[in-house]
Design a protein around this ligand. Structure first.
Ligand SMILES: [Zn+2]
Ligand SMILES: [Zn+2]
Length: 152
């Protein structure tokens, strides 16, 4: 795994530093589309002296070299995506979690002519907004608690 990273960096022409490797490993391990703040918190555990700015610049660099992608959501925070394969997002409106999914039928859908007339479409990206499983569970739990309370 470690060699893979080094090869990837080399291939892209990115200089390898221990901090960069650590940041990469952290981002890669998080499958939650982390914000710079999230990555910073984790990197600090090993590199206590690292500055927020360094993490920010490293992530920007990774993006420039095409090894991560930027995702923008309702907040002004920039989130990063390490999944470079074409995929869609399920966005939880409650906890703001973003879950990747693939949808082959959608990818192969014919783009309507009137959309094609707007320009040259390149790819289809679907964002489904809703409430994730975990949040639904929490919701039903707190509801049943309330029910119990009202009965007593
Ligand atoms: Zn949620
Ligand atoms: Zn994603």
């Amino acid at each position: 795994m470690h060699d893979d990273v080094k090869n990837l960096f080399k291939e892209k022409g990115l200089r390898i530093t221990p901090q960069r490797l650590e940041i990469w490993n952290i981002v890669k391990k998080m499958d939650t589309h982390p914000a710079t703040e999230d990555v910073f918190e984790l990197v600090r555990k090993r590199f206590s002296n690292i500055s927020f700015d360094t993490v920010y610049r490293t992530l920007t660099l990774f993006e420039k070299f095409g090894i991560i992608k930027k995702v923008h959501y309702f907040t002004n925070r920039t989130l990063y995506d390490t999944n470079l394969a074409p995929h869609h997002h399920f966005v939880c409106m409650r906890c703001r979690k973003i879950i990747d999914f693939t949808w082959e039928d959608m990818d192969n859908t014919d783009i309507p002519e009137y959309v094609k007339s707007m320009g040259k479409p390149d790819s289809i990206y679907v964002e489904i907004r809703g409430i994730c499983k975990e949040c639904l569970k929490k919701e039903s739990r707190s509801k049943s608690k309330k029910k119990l309370k009202s009965q007593t």
